[in-house]
Design a protein around this ligand. Structure first.
Ligand code: AMP
Length: 227
Protein backbone atom coordinates (compact mmCIF):
# COMPACT_ATOMS: atom_id res chain seq x y z
CA UNK A 1 0.00 0.00 0.00
CA UNK A 2 1.50 3.40 -0.92
CA UNK A 3 1.27 6.49 1.25
CA UNK A 4 -1.59 7.93 -0.79
CA UNK A 5 -3.88 4.94 -0.18
CA UNK A 6 -2.81 4.30 3.39
CA UNK A 7 -5.40 5.19 6.02
CA UNK A 8 -4.62 6.08 9.60
CA UNK A 9 -6.39 4.10 12.33
CA UNK A 10 -9.71 5.58 13.40
CA UNK A 11 -10.00 7.22 16.81
CA UNK A 12 -13.46 7.49 18.38
CA UNK A 13 -14.23 8.94 21.77
CA UNK A 14 -17.31 8.07 23.81
CA UNK A 15 -18.19 10.82 26.28
CA UNK A 16 -20.92 10.53 28.87
CA UNK A 17 -21.61 10.18 32.58
CA UNK A 18 -21.11 6.90 34.43
CA UNK A 19 -23.89 4.52 33.45
CA UNK A 20 -24.60 6.20 30.10
CA UNK A 21 -23.75 2.94 28.37
CA UNK A 22 -20.26 3.78 27.08
CA UNK A 23 -18.84 0.33 27.87
CA UNK A 24 -21.80 -1.58 26.42
CA UNK A 25 -21.81 0.52 23.25
CA UNK A 26 -18.02 0.40 22.89
CA UNK A 27 -18.11 -3.40 22.96
CA UNK A 28 -20.81 -3.45 20.28
CA UNK A 29 -18.84 -1.03 18.09
CA UNK A 30 -15.72 -3.13 18.62
CA UNK A 31 -17.50 -6.14 17.10
CA UNK A 32 -19.22 -4.22 14.35
CA UNK A 33 -16.28 -2.16 13.10
CA UNK A 34 -13.27 -4.26 14.17
CA UNK A 35 -11.99 -1.50 16.44
CA UNK A 36 -10.35 -1.95 19.83
CA UNK A 37 -12.15 -0.76 22.97
CA UNK A 38 -9.83 1.09 25.34
CA UNK A 39 -11.43 1.62 28.74
CA UNK A 40 -9.21 3.41 31.23
CA UNK A 41 -11.57 2.14 33.96
CA UNK A 42 -10.83 -1.47 32.90
CA UNK A 43 -7.09 -0.74 32.64
CA UNK A 44 -7.10 0.81 36.11
CA UNK A 45 -9.11 -2.08 37.63
CA UNK A 46 -6.57 -4.48 36.11
CA UNK A 47 -3.72 -2.42 37.64
CA UNK A 48 -5.46 -2.49 41.03
CA UNK A 49 -5.98 -6.27 40.80
CA UNK A 50 -2.34 -6.79 39.80
CA UNK A 51 -1.14 -4.55 42.64
CA UNK A 52 1.08 -2.42 40.40
CA UNK A 53 2.40 0.90 41.85
CA UNK A 54 -0.19 2.80 39.75
CA UNK A 55 -2.92 0.41 40.88
CA UNK A 56 -1.99 0.91 44.52
CA UNK A 57 -2.28 4.68 44.14
CA UNK A 58 -5.55 4.46 42.19
CA UNK A 59 -7.45 2.03 44.45
CA UNK A 60 -8.70 4.38 47.17
CA UNK A 61 -9.44 7.16 44.67
CA UNK A 62 -11.61 4.82 42.59
CA UNK A 63 -13.41 3.50 45.65
CA UNK A 64 -14.30 7.08 46.59
CA UNK A 65 -15.64 7.77 43.08
CA UNK A 66 -13.04 10.48 42.40
CA UNK A 67 -10.83 10.80 39.36
CA UNK A 68 -7.42 9.16 39.33
CA UNK A 69 -4.56 11.60 38.64
CA UNK A 70 -4.04 12.70 35.05
CA UNK A 71 -0.41 11.57 35.26
CA UNK A 72 -1.32 7.94 36.05
CA UNK A 73 -4.18 7.70 33.57
CA UNK A 74 -2.29 9.31 30.69
CA UNK A 75 0.68 6.97 31.25
CA UNK A 76 -1.60 3.91 31.27
CA UNK A 77 -3.40 5.01 28.12
CA UNK A 78 -0.18 5.92 26.30
CA UNK A 79 1.28 2.45 26.96
CA UNK A 80 -1.91 0.72 25.84
CA UNK A 81 -2.17 2.83 22.66
CA UNK A 82 1.34 1.75 21.71
CA UNK A 83 0.31 -1.92 21.58
CA UNK A 84 0.06 -3.38 18.05
CA UNK A 85 -3.68 -4.22 18.11
CA UNK A 86 -4.50 -0.50 18.38
CA UNK A 87 -3.44 -0.14 14.74
CA UNK A 88 -6.96 -1.42 13.94
CA UNK A 89 -8.38 1.82 15.34
CA UNK A 90 -9.68 2.52 18.83
CA UNK A 91 -12.79 3.47 20.75
CA UNK A 92 -11.86 5.42 23.85
CA UNK A 93 -14.30 4.62 26.64
CA UNK A 94 -13.89 6.76 29.75
CA UNK A 95 -10.92 8.74 28.43
CA UNK A 96 -10.35 11.67 28.31
CA UNK A 97 -12.11 12.81 31.48
CA UNK A 98 -10.33 16.13 32.02
CA UNK A 99 -9.07 18.92 29.78
CA UNK A 100 -5.48 17.99 30.63
CA UNK A 101 -6.16 14.43 29.39
CA UNK A 102 -7.81 15.77 26.21
CA UNK A 103 -4.77 17.93 25.49
CA UNK A 104 -2.41 15.02 26.17
CA UNK A 105 -4.41 12.88 23.74
CA UNK A 106 -4.18 15.59 21.07
CA UNK A 107 -0.40 15.61 21.50
CA UNK A 108 -0.14 11.79 21.35
CA UNK A 109 -2.25 11.63 18.20
CA UNK A 110 -0.36 14.46 16.50
CA UNK A 111 2.90 12.61 17.19
CA UNK A 112 1.56 9.48 15.50
CA UNK A 113 -0.08 11.35 12.59
CA UNK A 114 -3.59 10.44 13.76
CA UNK A 115 -6.71 12.49 14.39
CA UNK A 116 -9.98 12.15 16.25
CA UNK A 117 -12.69 10.98 13.85
CA UNK A 118 -15.55 11.70 16.26
CA UNK A 119 -16.24 12.43 19.92
CA UNK A 120 -19.75 11.22 20.66
CA UNK A 121 -21.56 12.56 23.70
CA UNK A 122 -24.06 10.04 25.10
CA UNK A 123 -26.69 12.30 26.63
CA UNK A 124 -28.69 11.04 29.60
CA UNK A 125 -30.43 12.42 32.67
CA UNK A 126 -28.74 12.04 36.07
CA UNK A 127 -31.80 10.40 37.64
CA UNK A 128 -31.58 7.51 35.16
CA UNK A 129 -27.94 6.86 36.04
CA UNK A 130 -28.50 5.45 39.50
CA UNK A 131 -31.00 2.85 38.21
CA UNK A 132 -28.68 1.84 35.40
CA UNK A 133 -25.56 1.59 37.51
CA UNK A 134 -27.04 -0.16 40.51
CA UNK A 135 -28.37 -3.05 38.43
CA UNK A 136 -25.36 -3.80 36.29
CA UNK A 137 -22.89 -6.67 36.38
CA UNK A 138 -20.43 -8.36 34.03
CA UNK A 139 -19.23 -11.84 33.18
CA UNK A 140 -15.95 -12.51 34.97
CA UNK A 141 -14.79 -14.64 32.03
CA UNK A 142 -15.27 -12.40 28.99
CA UNK A 143 -16.44 -9.05 30.39
CA UNK A 144 -19.85 -9.11 28.68
CA UNK A 145 -22.15 -6.65 30.45
CA UNK A 146 -25.59 -7.49 31.89
CA UNK A 147 -28.27 -5.68 33.87
CA UNK A 148 -30.88 -6.87 36.39
CA UNK A 149 -33.64 -5.04 34.47
CA UNK A 150 -32.43 -4.18 30.99
CA UNK A 151 -30.30 -7.10 29.84
CA UNK A 152 -30.39 -10.49 31.52
CA UNK A 153 -28.58 -13.55 30.18
CA UNK A 154 -30.88 -16.08 28.43
CA UNK A 155 -30.07 -18.60 31.17
CA UNK A 156 -29.86 -16.97 34.62
CA UNK A 157 -26.28 -16.81 35.91
CA UNK A 158 -24.74 -18.09 32.66
CA UNK A 159 -23.01 -15.79 30.16
CA UNK A 160 -24.61 -15.82 26.69
CA UNK A 161 -21.24 -15.14 25.10
CA UNK A 162 -18.75 -17.49 26.75
CA UNK A 163 -20.87 -19.71 29.01
CA UNK A 164 -19.04 -18.42 32.09
CA UNK A 165 -20.91 -18.60 35.39
CA UNK A 166 -18.89 -16.16 37.48
CA UNK A 167 -20.68 -12.80 37.43
CA UNK A 168 -19.08 -9.69 38.97
CA UNK A 169 -20.41 -6.41 40.31
CA UNK A 170 -18.10 -3.41 40.58
CA UNK A 171 -17.14 -2.18 44.05
CA UNK A 172 -17.84 1.43 43.01
CA UNK A 173 -21.35 0.74 41.66
CA UNK A 174 -23.12 1.76 44.89
CA UNK A 175 -25.42 4.75 45.44
CA UNK A 176 -22.92 6.78 47.51
CA UNK A 177 -20.01 6.39 45.09
CA UNK A 178 -22.27 6.97 42.10
CA UNK A 179 -23.10 10.44 43.49
CA UNK A 180 -19.37 11.31 43.65
CA UNK A 181 -18.79 9.91 40.18
CA UNK A 182 -21.61 12.03 38.75
CA UNK A 183 -20.21 15.08 40.51
CA UNK A 184 -16.76 14.42 39.04
CA UNK A 185 -18.37 14.03 35.62
CA UNK A 186 -20.19 17.35 35.72
CA UNK A 187 -17.26 19.29 37.18
CA UNK A 188 -14.39 17.83 35.18
CA UNK A 189 -15.59 15.84 32.17
CA UNK A 190 -18.69 17.63 30.87
CA UNK A 191 -16.57 20.66 29.78
CA UNK A 192 -15.02 18.35 27.17
CA UNK A 193 -18.28 18.49 25.21
CA UNK A 194 -17.52 22.14 24.43
CA UNK A 195 -13.84 21.28 23.88
CA UNK A 196 -14.67 18.80 21.12
CA UNK A 197 -17.40 21.01 19.71
CA UNK A 198 -14.67 23.64 19.29
CA UNK A 199 -12.53 21.06 17.48
CA UNK A 200 -15.40 20.32 15.07
CA UNK A 201 -15.64 16.60 15.95
CA UNK A 202 -18.52 16.54 18.43
CA UNK A 203 -21.64 14.44 17.79
CA UNK A 204 -24.49 14.10 20.26
CA UNK A 205 -26.75 11.12 20.75
CA UNK A 206 -29.83 10.73 22.93
CA UNK A 207 -28.85 7.83 25.18
CA UNK A 208 -32.09 7.58 27.17
CA UNK A 209 -33.47 4.83 24.92
CA UNK A 210 -32.83 1.08 24.75
CA UNK A 211 -29.42 -0.46 24.09
CA UNK A 212 -30.19 -1.50 20.49
CA UNK A 213 -31.75 1.81 19.56
CA UNK A 214 -28.70 3.72 20.82
CA UNK A 215 -26.40 1.24 19.06
CA UNK A 216 -28.12 1.90 15.74
CA UNK A 217 -27.78 5.66 16.05
CA UNK A 218 -24.19 5.32 17.11
CA UNK A 219 -23.30 2.97 14.25
CA UNK A 220 -24.61 5.55 11.75
CA UNK A 221 -22.48 8.26 13.34
CA UNK A 222 -19.38 6.05 13.45
CA UNK A 223 -19.79 4.91 9.87
CA UNK A 224 -20.01 8.52 8.72
CA UNK A 225 -17.00 9.51 10.80
CA UNK A 226 -14.81 6.69 9.45
CA UNK A 227 -15.55 7.32 5.75
P1 AMP B 1 -15.17 3.70 34.60
O1 AMP B 1 -14.99 2.22 34.50
O2 AMP B 1 -14.87 4.41 33.30
O3 AMP B 1 -16.51 4.09 35.16
O4 AMP B 1 -14.06 4.22 35.64
C1 AMP B 1 -14.06 3.79 36.97
C2 AMP B 1 -13.19 4.70 37.81
O5 AMP B 1 -11.84 4.66 37.31
C3 AMP B 1 -13.58 6.16 37.78
O6 AMP B 1 -14.60 6.49 38.73
C4 AMP B 1 -12.25 6.83 38.13
O7 AMP B 1 -11.96 6.72 39.50
C5 AMP B 1 -11.25 5.95 37.38
N1 AMP B 1 -11.02 6.42 35.98
C6 AMP B 1 -11.32 5.76 34.82
N2 AMP B 1 -10.95 6.47 33.76
C7 AMP B 1 -10.41 7.62 34.24
C8 AMP B 1 -9.85 8.78 33.63
N3 AMP B 1 -9.79 8.91 32.29
N4 AMP B 1 -9.37 9.75 34.45
C9 AMP B 1 -9.42 9.64 35.80
N5 AMP B 1 -9.94 8.59 36.44
C10 AMP B 1 -10.44 7.58 35.67
Amino acid sequence: MDAATMTTPAVLILLGPPGAGKGTQARMLEEKFGLVQLSTGDLLRAAVAAGTPAGKQAKAVMEAGDLVSDEIVIAILRDRLAEPDCAKGVILDGFPRTTVQAQALDTLLTESGQRINAAVSLEVEDAEMVTRISGRYTCGGCGEGYHDTFKQPVQAGKCDKCGGTEMKRRADDNAETVASRLEAYHAQTAPLIAYYEGHGVLQRIDAMGGIDEIAQGLATIVKGAMD
